[in-house]
Design a protein around this ligand. Structure first.
Ligand SMILES: Nc1ncnc2c1ncn2[C@@H]1O[C@H](COP(=O)(O)OP(=O)(O)OP(=O)(O)O)[C@@H](O)[C@H]1O
Ligand SMILES: [Mg+2]
Length: 233
């Protein structure tokens, strides 16, 4: 039986995914800088807030005010849901590895459960992974984190940077195997026109059929829109 869908709130993307992300999935949202990872992740939380779900946004990149301001520029109010305790917005300091690791390991599990979050975003998993010095620790942390998110019953988006030499792989090449789904955002320059085109593709989505086509998307005042009807090739 088809699993229940969680709408991303991104026009076009939900169509590509037969209605949305399968409920409970952990999805890696990969892309190079400026491709709209943070925007898409926030849009996914806004969709949840609109339908009354509690949400958590954990930022390792931008500080709280910057996240709030960016959202404002799309007309998305975060301050209201934060003050009503519908949205938990946290900043973890990548420069303070010791505190960050402690908080991820001990506070996050309690928090995700007590908050009853249906949607969780971690922006970015690449920065979180950098906290650990050994690959084995990175793997173990990622595994535990995914277990925590699954046991909490949340549907989650982890953003990730890509490798310069291989933009189809995340920087540390770890998470794509652990997660249930992988979305790739790319920015390609058309050699003839010199125009930059943003494209999205679904590289992996367990337990569902999905479009494998490359689709153009744009970022405008209302957020990310995938042009699901348009063809690239
Ligand atoms: N209010 C807005 N209206 C239209 N486009 C916007 C708006 N705000 C941002 N953008 C576009 O979105 C891009 C950045 O999106 P975003 O910050 O989500 O990317 P990112 O993938 O998270 O980048 P990074 O890797 O640097 O964190 C900007 O470069 C800009 O092109
Ligand atoms: Mg970002």
């Amino acid at each position: 039986m088809a699993s229940k869908r969680v709408k991303t709130g991104v026009p076009g993307l939900d169509e590509m995914l037969q209605g949305g992300l399968p409920e409970g999935h952990i999805v890696l949202l990969m892309g190079s800088f400026g491709t709209g990872k943070t925007t898409l992740a926030l849009q996914f939380l806004m969709e949840g807030l609109r339908s009354g779900e509690n949400c958590i946004f954990i930022s390792l990149e931008e500080d709280k005010n910057s996240v709030i301001k960016n959202s404002d520029s799309f007309g998305w109010d975060l301050s209201g849901p934060i003050s009503k305790k519908k949205l938990g917005l946290f900043k973890l300091e990548p420069s303070d590895a010791k505190t960050t690791i402690t908080r991820i390991k001990s506070e996050l599990p309690k928090f995700v459960k007590s908050f009853g979050a249906k949607r969780v975003v971690i922006d970015s998993i690449s920065l979180l992974n950098m906290m650990f010095t050994k690959d084995s620790e990175r793997r173990a942390n990622l595994f535990n984190l995914c277990q925590l998110l699954r046991s909490a019953g949340a549907t989650s988006i982890l953003t990730a940077e890509v490798k310069d030499e291989n933009p189809r792989s995340s920087r540390d090449g770890l998470a794509e195997y652990t997660v249930d789904g992988v979305l790739l955002l790319q920015s390609d320059e058309n050699r003839d026109s010199g125009e930059v085109q943003l494209t999205l593709r679904v590289l992996k989505m367990r337990r569902t059929s999905h479009s494998r086509r490359v689709k153009p998307y744009s970022i405008s005042d209302g957020g990310v829109v995938v042009h699901a009807g348009a063809e690239i090739f």
